[in-house]
Design a protein around this ligand. Structure first.
Ligand code: T46
Length: 137
């Protein structure tokens, strides 16, 4: 997906019912995980995101519900739906992202390579395109 990787998150069926998913720093995620955040209680139809990151790398996954991701960088623009707890998307390069809550109460979880830094965000689309140009992409 436009240079972002769809990754399989280790998932095992558990004895009585359900399944358990896990990933480990170093073994499963190439960057040092410094922050975990999650977005919940979002009404259906809500769109969030509309920004890119300069340096931050992130693994996005949806343990419950259905969320559409729109990802765009110099390789193009693509939509992917996160609806399976065993599937994640690894974003390691500057990529514009938009997220649409298709289903009420869907939860978006993110493991990030760094602490929160508002200066790492590009919140203007034209600025993002300019930033890609400056990187020679
Ligand atoms: C991203 C997508 C997938 C903090 O104070 N600490 C944090 O760690 C984060 C992530 C956010 N915030 C504050 C900043 C804003 O005042 O929480 C507020 C909402 O953040 P934002 O509008 O950026 O939320 P989203 O859903 O548009 O974007 C978030 C992440 O910010 C972003 O890094 O890649 O999820």
């Amino acid at each position: 997906v436009v240079g972002c990787k769809i990754v399989h998150i280790n998932t095992i069926p558990t004895v009585d019912a359900g399944e358990l998913s896990f990933f480990e720093a170093i073994h499963d995620v190439a960057f040092e995980i410094k922050r975990i955040y999650y977005i919940s209680k979002v009404p259906e139809g809500t769109r969030r995101g509309f920004h890119a990151h300069k340096k931050l790398k992130q693994l996005l996954f949806c343990p419950y519900g259905r969320i559409q991701l729109v990802l765009e960088n110099e390789k193009g623009r693509e939509e992917i739906e996160l609806s399976d707890p065993s599937i994640g998307v690894m974003i390691e390069e500057p990529t514009w992202r938009e997220m649409l809550w298709i289903q009420k109460d869907s939860v978006l979880c993110v493991a990030a390579s760094d602490f929160y830094d508002p200066n790492d965000y590009i919140r203007n689309y034209e600025e993002f395109k300019k930033y890609l140009d400056e990187l020679g992409r």
